[in-house]
Design a protein around this ligand. Structure first.
Ligand code: DOR
Ligand code: ZN
Length: 344
């Protein structure tokens, strides 16, 4: 097969950032994706309907002319989020709320430290037909970093899903076989996003001949048995798994540092890298549903009408991307060859 035409996909989890970043990140995603679920972990975070509406406007202002790109906004939960905040967000068109355990990742220090106190907020989300998007890791320093996802499932996620049968929950950027099994065995209100990096890499890739900061993201890459479980999950064609890149840019100097930031900037090569994975797995015929159907079906949104075309034509991901403010970003898989290329 030399050409692949699929329904226009969406990205169900990414980070655009703000300010100067938007001129880089929004066109990179809009080249391919019609919609994207926009993460709210700005500084300060997007904690209110008003902040979400204003951020949406800044994203739209950075969208390429004629792109019809639609950002889908999310609310950042804190210990202080109220049910009134949820209702106001719903009225403003916000589609989901994002739960970060405090300290779990980039710009999450203001997030949730007491999950139990959010029970009324979870109820309000269900009542307002909004989704709960979960960064599923405990943050306790005494829990091994490679076990944090599994412990989060056992301590928190299982209970949330059980207590709120009317709440749609997306377990974001899953990284373990435990998460795959939990989602597979869970109710139809539970689904998961899967990133390109967690399908392509395992924790060995963090240490190939030295430390590899551009493969560092959170949740951190796990051992290869977990990577294989994720690959099998997407190859199964189950509608519970869909595309969410977690594309998350950081300036080069902030990743290549004594305390480097977590995040892989994959927007310029994401759909191509997913195609590569699905081809390796012998399931290219399942790419379209993963990229363009399972997500909108779970969110209760219409499928996109257009198509994109991928050609089997090797190309090299740039070593570096220059931003308008002079900073540079090293994209995910920089300098490596990808077998598929988006046309047009
Ligand atoms: O690697 C990550 N980067 N994981 C996250 O959860 C957040 C993201 C970011 O915002 O940089
Ligand atoms: Zn993310």
């Amino acid at each position: 097969m030399n050409e692949l035409v699929i329904r226009t996909p969406d990205d169900w989890h990414l980070h655009f950032r703000d300010g100067d970043f938007l001129a880089e990140t929004v066109p990179a995603t809009a080249r391919c994706f019609r919609r994207a679920i926009v993460m709210p972990n700005l500084t300060p975070p997007v904690t209110t309907a008003d902040l979400a509406v204003a951020y949406r406007q800044r994203i739209l202002a950075a969208s390429p002319e004629g792109s019809h790109f639609e950002p889908l906004m999310t609310l950042y939960l804190t210990d202080k989020t109220t049910t009134a905040d949820i209702r106001a967000a719903r009225r403003a068109g916000v589609v989901a709320a994002k739960l970060y355990p405090a300290g779990a990742t980039t710009n999450s220090s203001a997030a949730v430290s007491s999950l139990d106190s959010l029970e009324p907020v979870f109820e309000a989300l269900a009542e307002n037909a909004m989704l709960l998007l979960v960064h599923g890791e405990v943050t306790d320093g005494d829990i091994d970093i490679f076990d944090r996802e599994k412990v989060f499932i056992d301590r928190h996620l299982e209970g949330i899903v059980d207590r709120h049968p009317g709440l749609k929950v997306v377990f974001e950027h899953i990284t373990t076989k435990d998460a795959v099994d939990f989602v597979m065995d869970g109710p139809i209100t539970l689904a998961a996003t899967v990133t390109p990096q967690h399908l392509l890499l395992n924790r060995n890739d963090l240490f190939v001949g030295g430390i590899r900061p551009h493969n560092y993201c959170l949740p951190v890459l796990k051992r290869s048995t977990h990577q294989q479980a994720l690959r099998q999950a997407v190859a199964s064609g189950s509608p519970k798994f869909f595309l969410g890149t977690d594309s998350a840019p950081h300036a080069k100097h902030k990743k290549e540092a004594s305390c480097g930031c977590a995040g892989c900037y994959s927007a310029w090569s994401a759909i191509e890298l997913y195609a590569q994975v699905f081809e390796e797995l012998g399931v290219l015929d399942k790419l379209e549903a993963f990229a363009s159907e399972h997500g909108p079906n779970f969110y209760g949104l219409p499928l996109n009408q257009g198509t994109i075309t991928l050609a089997k034509r090797p190309w090299q991901i740039p070593e570096v991307i220059k931003m308008s403010d002079g900073d540079t970003i090293v994209p995910f898989f920089a300098g490596q060859t990808v077998g598929w290329q988006l046309q047009g």
